[in-house]
Design a protein around this ligand. Structure first.
Ligand SMILES: [Zn+2]
Length: 423
């Protein structure tokens, strides 16, 4: 999960909001069924087993676009939990827990990590903590998915809606949410709710999607010798001129909007005029309109930087048809925005679960698998699956299973409440 999370509603207004919805939703019959109590007991008894499974899952590398080994293992686990499991052409592992209706609740956890192949993913223990890249994001979500499937089966749950237990691909970075895009596309006719399990924390619920775009800018030129060809337009100089204009852009505080140049490359040696310069830029906003505006500023800034570099070359007598700079701007990824309605039964179910468990959630806007269903009007949330964690997306990532039970119970109550129970 992208940890650039924006706190968007908090305080007294929120407290009364939660209480209102919790009051309305607390009488949900699904939560009073003895089979639900049994699910909670089974999850309680399985806390240690979930931690051990989380370690095994985490130790199978799942770099971006290379999730297949972990997917094969997830398929084994979900099959062993009694589900009918298939793998789609995108690489998503889909375990079906058939209900009496074709309507679907999708419980999904992403398999991919941000770490490249070759990263040491062995889990180390330090006191009560487990340390490994990806241990929480998304070892916690995947372990919870398996624990949930087992508990529902063992407690002989008969749900109204069909529950799909999904381990998906491509949530992180350049994966560009390809897994969830394929899933929403394939199931949208019957898909009623999506619950994404991402990371550990239980004190928030992501109920709004943060829009983002990732853009690559590439400038090419004729190149040359730093001394004898001096004055020829230089792609790195042009890019630098463009960057200095772009980063001076004023973005609104509300709707919050951000930009980051996260990668820059170019050139081959210190005494050569480079033939190319590239950068990757991350643009984010609470508003699609602001995002579009910001992308426009980026494009204009880079073009102005190139014009400036070309006019400098003309002044030095080095501009001509053979010494033009070429610009290519490509959009690498787009994550749409969207919001869950305040009165959605999904949010009510989560808040009722929180009330029952003595938990309190703040609402957050973030960039997760929930972006895609939310962007097409399918109710979705993203929540942590229990325990504590830190250092996501770094080699120092850690997880502490203390409190895991709360997260598992929160997921179970929310899922069963929206799925409904058959007698
Ligand atoms: Zn994640």
């Amino acid at each position: 999960m992208k940890r650039i999370l924006l706190l968007f509603t908090i305080g007294i207004a929120l407290t009364s909001f939660i209480q209102n919805f919790a009051r309305k939703a607390s009488a949900s019959p699904a939560q009073e069924d003895p089979r639900v109590a049994r699910v909670l007991e089974i999850l309680h008894a399985g806390v240690q087993a979930a931690t051990e499974e989380q370690i095994r899952i985490t130790e199978i590398p799942a770099p971006p676009f290379q999730e297949s080994a972990r997917a094969a293992y997830m398929k084994t686990l979900l099959s062993a939990a009694g589900l009918h499991v298939t793998v789609d052409t995108t690489g998503n592992v889909i375990g079906e827990f058939a209900g009496s209706s074709p309507e679907i609740v999708m419980l999904t956890a992403h398999m991919d990590t941000v770490f490249p192949a070759g990263t040491d993913v062995r889990v180390k223990r330090e006191g009560g903590r487990l340390l490994a890249p990806g241990i929480s994001d998304n070892g916690t979500g995947l372990a919870a998915l398996v624990a949930m499937a087992k508990a529902f089966r063992e407690a002989k749950i008969k749900s109204t809606k069909t529950i799909l237990f999904v381990a998906d691909v491509g949530e992180e970075g350049e994966g560009n949410l390809r897994g969830i895009r394929a899933l929403v596309d394939a199931y949208k006719k019957n898909l009623k709710y999506v619950i994404a399990l991402d990371g550990s924390a239980t004190e928030y619920v992501t109920n709004a999607a943060l829009a983002s775009r990732r853009v690559e800018v590439a400038i090419a030129g004729p190149g040359g010798h730093s001394w004898s060809d001096f004055g020829v337009p230089n792609p790195i100089h042009a890019l630098g001129r463009g960057i200095s204009r772009f980063v001076a852009a004023r973005v609104p505080e509300s709707p919050r909007t951000s930009f980051n140049i996260g990668e820059i490359e170019g050139g081959t040696s210190v005494n050569s005029i480079p033939m190319n310069a590239q950068m990757k830029v991350d643009l984010r906003s609470e508003s699609e309109a602001e995002l579009t505006k910001l992308e426009g500023i980026l494009r204009d800034s880079i073009r102005a930087g190139i014009d400036e570099e070309m006019s400098a070359a003309r002044e030095r007598g080095m501009a001509g048809s053979a010494t033009l700079l070429d610009l290519k701007i490509s959009v690498l990824g787009v994550r749409p925005s969207g919001e869950l309605a305040d009165d959605s039964p999904l949010l009510q179910a989560l808040l009722a679960a929180d009330k029952r468990l003595g938990n309190r959630s703040r609402m957050e806007r973030s960039s997760t698998d929930a972006n895609i269903p939310l962007s097409v009007g399918i109710p979705a949330i993203s929540i942590g699956a229990g325990g504590r964690s830190g250092g996501a997306h770094t080699l120092e990532e850690w997880f502490d299973p203390t409190g895991r039970e709360l997260g598992l119970h929160r997921v179970a109550l929310t899922t069963l409440s929206v799925a409904g129970l058959e007698p």
